[in-house]
Design a protein around this ligand. Structure first.
Ligand SMILES: C[S@@+](CC[C@H](N)C(=O)[O-])C[C@H]1O[C@@H](n2cnc3c(N)ncnc32)[C@H](O)[C@@H]1O
Length: 406
């Protein structure tokens, strides 16, 4: 059930992102586009008037979802909720299962009317029987083949769908191959990053250049952390991010879930206020592959002041120059350790090239160890030279002694 051409790419691509590699998505998108296209023709827009689609929340503490018929991808969002979240409970309700391929907007309103009445009854019955069917954990186990990744992924995807008619405008809007080039890290990649970093309640995460904010909302749903910030300076994605945030809150309310605290900020991450935020973060994410040298130099100057233990995830090394005895006291590697983050799909939406992920851990004491090592190496070299000088002098003396005695 799709309305417009812009829906064709976005919905299947985003929803499946969590389960397939980007390459698979690319391969299959053509087929799924074709079938979705057939479905789209079935969707007759019979009403120009704005309608309200209401979807009963079957989640404990969940708030019913009220969606306007003129919101982007609204019908796909509803279809996804039924297919992904309500699939197991639907057969338990006394109603005819919907045929989504034949659904139009009039049919959808009628179906939701019937569903909402049946769902209301179902909830009453469940509560009367005092069955704890609707606790989030039980619900997840019994009714959804779902885990917290899939929930976080889907909530983020649905929020994105409701927030932009066509995300491809971002690619047109951004300058190609510049610090502002847009490139989305997937929720699956972000999950792997968060898992590998073993994030805890103490962590404050910041995404430098957060685009439309999908990593921030995903983290707020998936991880129990102190706070997640996203900072984006380009107005177009920042504006979409504001809507993503609002829609994410609506959807989380529908699922009866409370996200961990987060904030999406429109602005430059180089302002004094944001520099302070960066210095206080415990985990910094920077999809910086295309950040230019000038920007990386400025970022590096901020990172120098991050506390020991702060972890910085990057897609391009913060400093790829060689460290020597002469430059070590300024070299970034004297204040940090960098290792590749393995096990993360290296494909991103915007380039066919593999994108590496690195994690740099700050260590402000390391410079003393590096200094001591260079000092020890120097001493060793000087000792070797001294030993050589001595040997040479002794040899010369012996030669001289031999010459005088003969
Ligand atoms: C490659 S995108 C990454 C989007 C998102 N973090 C992700 O990985 O999905 C890089 C983003 O950094 C933003 N950016 C570049 N310089 C910035 C700055 N000085 N302050 C804030 N955002 C910036 C760009 O506008 C762009 O949206």
């Amino acid at each position: 059930m799709l309305k417009g051409t812009e829906s064709k790419e976005l919905q299947p691509k985003l929803i499946m992102q969590g389960r397939r590699s980007a390459r698979n998505i690319q391969k299959r998108s053509q087929t799924s586009d074709q079938s979705q296209n057939v479905a789209s023709k079935k969707m007759k827009k019979t009403e120009a008037r704005v309608q309200i689609y209401k979807v009963q929340s079957l989640f404990r503490n969940g708030v019913d979802l009220l969606l306007r018929s003129d919101e982007p991808h609204v019908e796909e969002v509803i279809e996804t909720i039924f297919k992904e979240y309500y699939k197991n409970v639907m057969p338990r309700l006394p109603l005819k299962q919907p045929d989504w391929n034949k659904m139009d907007s009039v049919g959808l309103l009628a179906f939701l009317d019937i569903f909402n009445t049946a769902a209301e009854k179902f909830k009453e019955e469940v509560f009367q029987r005092r069955r704890a069917l609707l606790t989030p954990a039980r619900w997840q186990k019994v009714h959804l083949d779902s885990d917290s990744f899939q929930e976080g992924h889907l909530v983020t995807v649905l929020a994105r769908m409701l927030s932009a008619r066509d995300e491809r405008v971002l690619k047109k809007h951004y300058k190609s191959f510049s610090s502002e080039t847009y490139g989305a890290t997937t929720t699956q990649q972000m999950k792997n990053i968060l898992d590998q970093l073993n994030v805890t309640k103490e962590d404050v995460i910041i995404d430098l250049g957060s685009g439309i904010g999908q990593l921030v909302t995903f983290t707020a749903s998936y991880a129990d952390v102190a706070k997640t910030y996203g900072i984006e300076k380009c107005p177009r994605p920042a504006e979409i991010a504001t809507r993503v945030s609002e829609n994410f809150k609506r959807l989380m309310a529908f699922f009866g879930k409370v996200p961990s605290p987060y904030k999406l900020i429109e602005g430059d991450f180089l302002t004094d206020e944001n520099k302070e935020r960066i210095k206080k973060a415990t985990i910094i994410i920077a999809n910086n592959l295309l950040f230019d040298d000038k920007l990386m130099k400025k970022l590096k100057e901020i990172f120098y002041f991050c506390n020991s233990g702060t972890r910085i995830v990057v897609t391009k090394l913060i400093d790829n120059t060689r460290m020597t005895e002469d430059n070590f006291s300024e070299h970034f590697d004297s204040y940090s350790d960098t290792v590749p983050l393995n096990g993360i799909d290296r494909q991103v939406e915007w380039t066919k090239n593999n994108v590496p992920f690195w994690v740099t851990t700050m260590d402000q004491e390391k410079v003393f160890r590096v200094g001591a090592e260079y000092g020890a190496q120097k001493e060793e070299q000087e000792a070797k030279l001294e030993a050589k000088r001595l040997t040479r002098a002794q040899n010369a003396e012996m030669r001289n002694g031999r010459n005088t005695s003969s």
